[in-house]
Write a protein that binds this ligand. Structure first.
Ligand SMILES: [Ca+2]
Ligand SMILES: [Ca+2]
Length: 241
């Protein structure tokens, strides 16, 4: 056998070995799993699948590329790698996302695989949908129609649409509820008598005084006011009659 023939056989042997090694090790493709999600429903999970062989360990690198996302939208390293162990066919890359408070459009990023063992599909995109449509609810507001005793009141609260597109706000902006007024029980009967107060002017050393009390319930029996006549507190008037 000539030297050129030997060289050709050796080259074919090497090619065959390489193909055999790749066939045994397989290749890894990315399969989008939870590609699109609301920003409060993370993480986004990319499934990686190993095909055409599962012998030995197989490592692929990945990179997360910003397409429209902001720097703080993803709470994860932008680079990493995944190792499939012998016999392993599936693995995942989980990307934690940030549930911010900023109204914004949906945002997109991409995962890209690299390495010696990557397959035909090495990249796919994921979309983070915004969930910031409304302002926080305001305070509950409502008054009771009575000042004491059992009663309910209707309270309302409001919020505003803060979404980038107003059409996204499909839920109510006003909320209401009926709650107990939680008032103290109403007093029974009359209040205490008030102090005596002068009525009119002092005439012939006599002065009319009056005091009143207030009914604290729906109806009361008895006088609402009392009157009395006293000596005027004026020099020259007798001390009493
Ligand atoms: Ca949010
Ligand atoms: Ca947001």
């Amino acid at each position: 056998m000539s030297s050129s023939t030997l060289l050709l056989v050796f080259a074919l042997f090497l090619i065959c070995c390489v193909h055999q090694t790749e066939a045994q090790r397989g290749t890894v493709c990315v399969v989008l799993s939870t590609g699109n999600t609301n920003e409060d429903a993370g993480p986004i999970v990319f499934n990686l699948e190993r095909k055409l062989g599962t012998e030995g360990n197989c490592t692929v690198n990945y990179e997360l590329i910003d397409e429209t996302i902001q720097p703080n939208d993803i709470v994860a390293a932008r680079e990493g790698n995944v190792t499939f162990l012998n016999g392993q066919t599936m693995a995942t890359v989980e990307v934690q996302i940030n549930d911010d408070d900023e109204p914004e459009d949906a945002e997109q990023f991409r995962i890209i695989l690299s390495g010696d063992s990557i397959g035909a599909v090495t990249s796919t995109s994921a979309i983070i949908a915004d969930n910031d449509f409304y302002s926080p609810w305001g305070q509950w507001v409502g008054d009771c129609s009575v000042t004491c005793g059992p009663a309910n009141k209707t309270e309302t609260r409001n919020r505003t649409c803060i979404a980038v597109r107003v059409s996204r706000c499909k839920e109510a902006l006003t909320d209401s509820r009926i709650v107990d007024c939680n008032l103290p029980g109403c007093p029974t009967g009359w209040s205490q008598w008030g102090s005596w107060t002068k009525v009119g002017r002092c005439r012939r050393c006599r002065q009319r005084f009056l005091r009143r009390r207030r009914c604290l319930v729906r109806r009361c029996r008895g006088p609402r006011r009392q009157g009395i006549t006293r000596t005027c507190d004026t020099p020259g008037c007798p001390r009493s009659f």
